[in-house]
Design a protein around this ligand. Sequence first.
Ligand code: HEC
Length: 177
Amino acid sequence: MLKGFIAGVAACAVAGLVGAYLFVVLGMMPANADGRPPALEKWAARKSLHATIERQAPKGPNPVAADDKNMIAGIGIYRENCAVCHGGADGAPSNIAVGLYQHAPQLAKHGVEDDDAGETYWKVFHGIRMTGMPSFHHTLSEEQIWQVTLFLQHMDKLSPKAEKAWKAVPSQAPAKA
Ligand code: HEC
């Protein structure tokens, strides 16, 4: 009786694995980036992201001083590394931002000023799997990641000097034909 039950469970597990294998190798698992993510995929991606950040993101305030020097350094880092996907001060998306599977938020319009410093730091350091958000810890120093985080935290309340630097980041909208 027990033997039969175990054999049944094993057969179901094998059938499940074969089914999953065929789903992948027969090209039924979507590989295109021009669709919208299904609800289940979205739910799993969001839940795992929040749970991971909760567990791993550094706690406490941004360790770099909120002065013009760091803010302007953060804006320069943003211009070089982020604007192509997250836009300039006009919030107009580039073709790249629009074409990503998970659309990249235009941070001038949908900013992350309310997020904890550690959460934004974690996202920039590690990137976000299954989206176009890259990890920057191979290419930016910890200080640079905190500086760009500082800018994102204060994007809606910059000093006049930093505001001028931000407004000078070129629009990412495609040139009109
Ligand atoms: C190649 C495109 C790309 C580049 C370059 C990029 N990002 Fe992203 N980023 C994304 C995408 C796509 C998402 C949306 C991820 C999602 O839906 O969870 C994202 C999400 C984010 C978020 C979370 C936004 C939110 O609403 O929670 C932050 C913060 C962020 N990026 C900061 C940055 C910073 C800072 C840089 C530069 C150092 C950068 N990104 C560079 C594509 C990009």
